[in-house]
Design a protein around this ligand. Structure first.
Ligand code: ZN
Length: 141
């Protein structure tokens, strides 16, 4: 599936200390009427949870990261799921030695974070259940 978009508004946002990073980006999108977009973020999290999708069992394995980490890199997108903006983000997190954890970013408590959000305009991009992968992927309803 390929869809063509036009560039819309560009936002820089400093996220709130103590808030959940995914919820904050979701709210940023919802409050500004953004249904589709591209995101990236850097900063630090006081804790986080990553996910690894087991392709056989088709379930996410949780990877708790219960310590302060750098948000060395975070990239992702926003599309519609069940009619609301849905943030899909992956992250690389690092500790004081540079050791990293990476994967699907389920949640993370913001210590400090800066987000770049590029709005994309065009037809709605919706997530629908995909029977092959067990995931909610972009597609037609
Ligand atoms: Zn993912």
């Amino acid at each position: 599936m390929i869809r063509n978009f036009r560039q819309g508004r560009i936002f820089f946002a400093r996220l709130d200390h103590g808030a959940d990073i995914i919820s904050q980006i979701t709210n940023l999108a919802a409050e500004n009427g953004i249904e589709t977009g591209a995101i990236s973020a850097i900063g630090a999290l006081s804790r986080a949870e990553l996910g690894y999708y087991d392709q056989v069992s088709q379930e996410y394995c949780k990877i708790p990261v219960d310590q302060p980490v750098e948000l060395a890199s975070c990239t992702g997108n926003i599309s519609l799921r069940d009619g609301r903006p849905f943030v899909h983000a992956h992250a690389a997190l690092s500790d004081r030695t540079g050791r990293t954890w990476s994967g699907h970013l389920t949640c993370g408590t913001v210590f400090a974070a800066e987000v770049y959000l590029q709005e994309l305009s065009g037809l709605s991009l919706k997530r629908v259940p995909d029977s092959i992968t067990g995931l909610a992927l972009w597609g037609e309803e």
